[in-house]
Design a protein around this ligand. Structure first.
Ligand code: SF4
Length: 207
C-alpha cells in the first residue's frame, strides 16, 4: 500500500475533483449531474445553469420539467431534475439552505447516495468520512489487489481499512486520473504504468 501511495503521489501530485464548482451546493448539483455522464459534459452545462439559478432557493422554485430541459444534454435528465429539485427543497427546509456537513445528514438529501455524499464532504468541506468509489476506483482497487469485493459499499470498507485516513480524499482523485489515462477499462496501458512492477492484475496487458 505504501508503495502504491508513493507512486500515485509522484505521478499525480495535483489530482483534484474534475467537476467545476464554486460552493458545496454547486458541487452537489454537478455530482448528481455526473451520473452516467462525463465530467467534461457536466462542466459545459453547469456555468449556464448556475447563472440561471444562482441560489438553492432558485433550484427549489423551478419546476422539475423546466430543469429537466436545462440539463437534458447530461442524460437521465428527468431523474436528475427530480433529485436536484428534491435536494434543493430538503436543504432549504431542513438545513437552512446550507449543504450539511455530515454523512448522516447528507444521506437524507434526495440524490445524495453515499458516493455523492463522499464527494461533497471530501472535496467541498475537507471532511474524510469515507472513500469515493466510482467505476475507476472499483476497477483499479480490484486490479491492485486492494479488494476482492465487487459491491461498491464493501470496496469502500476495504479501502477505508487499507488507506491511512489522510488519503481517503486524495486517493480516489488520483485513481480516477490513473483510470482515465493508463489503467483504462479495456486494454490497460501496463507498459507505460509506473505501478507495473507491483501490480498483479489478471487482465494486465503483455509487453
Ligand atoms: S499495471 Fe496495468 S493493470 Fe496494473 S495498475 Fe498499471 S495499468 Fe492498471
Amino acid at each position: 500500500m505504501r508503495e502504491i501511495l508513493r507512486i500515485l503521489d509522484e505521478t499525480y501530485p495535483d489530482a483534484k475533483c474534475a467537476l467545476d464548482h464554486q460552493s458545496p451546493w454547486e458541487l452537489l448539483v454537478a455530482t448528481i449531474l455526473s451520473a452516467q455522464c462525463t465530467d467534461k459534459r457536466v462542466n459545459m452545462v453547469t456555468p449556464g445553469l448556475f447563472r440561471k439559478y444562482p441560489t438553492v432557493k432558485d433550484f427549489a422554485a423551478v419546476s422539475q420539467e423546466e430543469l429537466a430541459e436545462d440539463i437534458r444534454s447530461t442524460g437521465f435528465f428527468n431523474n436528475k431534475a427530480k433529485s436536484v429539485t428534491g435536494a434543493a427543497k430538503t436543504i432549504l427546509k431542513e438545513f437552512h439552505g446550507k449543504v450539511p456537513r455530515t454523512m448522516e445528514e447528507l444521506l437524507r438529501v434526495p440524490g445524495a447516495a453515499r458516493k455523492t455524499a463522499n464527494v461533497v464532504l471530501g472535496t467541498a468541506y475537507g471532511v474524510a468520512s469515507g472513500v469515493v468509489v466510482d467505476t475507476h476506483v472499483q476497477r483499479i482497487a480490484q486490479r491492485l489487489g486492494l479488494t476482492k469485493n465487487t459491491d461498491p459499499k464493501k470496496i469502500e470498507q476495504d479501502l477505508m481499512k487499507a488507506l491511512p485516513k489522510e488519503k481517503w480524499i486524495p486517493f480516489p482523485h488520483q485513481i480516477i486520473l490513473h483510470g482515465r489515462s493508463l489503467c483504462v477499462a479495456r486494454k490497460p496501458k501496463c507498459a507505460e504504468c509506473p505501478l507495473d512492477a507491483i501490480c498483479n492484475a489478471k487482465d494486465k496487458t503483455k509487453h
